[in-house]
Design a protein around this ligand. Structure first.
Ligand SMILES: O=C(O)CCC(=O)C(=O)O
Ligand SMILES: [Fe+2]
Length: 233
């Protein structure tokens, strides 16, 4: 396994910023690591700054910062259908959907599509498309423990979160807590949302939670889906 791949090993582990070596850039090796982690544990954390490039990460971070500062992001909803409940006790982030039109979004979409095809080749998931949004958590914002998809609906199958924050430390809060899929009372990892870190997990299986952030936290979430036409979550 690539040493930059972090997988659960029993005890909760803190994935500290900057403590891991660069991702292995050999063609397809990172996809092998990703597929191995997903099939063995249901989730994986990878540092992809070398794969994506500093410039692209900076450009995405600028986009979400501008969207946030210009009040273009909307309060996120939860639940199914076109009228999601905006329950502030569960989720407090703000989101803006990506269209893939700007140059950085187009580059990101090429990367996400490579990832989609790579997972299909290795795990036969039949992922047809993806949807993606920016998210901003302001100080005090959180997202309580949840799973991203409801069993048997074959809608959201694989979730991905890419973080866009330079110099994130434990004191900044906002960790992603990942729970054991067999026992959701057990935290198996806490991931700091440092720029270039990417977490990928099985949408139906892995309970997770965003702890209250103490500074503004930007990220980009993406869901790979098996349905061709949009079905409710
Ligand atoms: O930002 C994160 O770390 C996770 C976000 C999340 O769980 C979601 O948007 O469903
Ligand atoms: Fe989630």
């Amino acid at each position: 396994m690539n040493p930059s791949t972090v997988v659960p090993l029993g005890n909760p582990q803190l994935v500290a910023s900057g403590s891991e070596p660069a991702a292995n850039l050999e063609a397809g090796q990172w996809l092998d690591d990703l597929a191995d982690g997903l099939s063995e544990h249901g989730w994986v954390s990878l540092d992809v700054q070398d794969l994506l490039g500093r410039e692209l990460l900076d450009a995405l971070a600028s986009e979400v910062t501008i969207l946030d500062r210009s009040n273009a992001m909307k309060r996120a909803g939860i639940g199914r259908g076109s009228d999601p409940v905006r329950d502030r006790s569960v989720r407090r982030d703000k989101i803006a959907w990506l269209q893939g039109v700007s140059a950085p979004q187009a580059a990101l979409f090429r990367f996400l599509d490579e990832l989609r095809l790579g997972l299909n080749q290795r795990l036969f998931l039949g992922l047809k498309r993806f949807e993606s949004h920016y998210a901003t958590y302001h100080p005090g914002d959180f997202y309580r423990k949840h799973v991203d998809s409801f069993q048997g609906r074959a809608s959201r199958v694989v979730s991905l979160v890419l973080y866009l924050n330079d110099g994130w430390h434990s004191v900044d809060g906002g960790e992603l807590q990942i729970f054991n899929r067999e026992n959701d009372a057990e935290v198996c990892a806490q991931v700091l949302p440092e720029a270039g870190r990417m977490v990928v997990f099985l949408s139906e299986e892995i309970p997770h939670e965003v702890m209250p952030a103490h500074r503004t936290r930007h990220s980009l979430a993406c869901w790979f889906r098996q349905d061709e036409i949009p079905l409710p979550l």
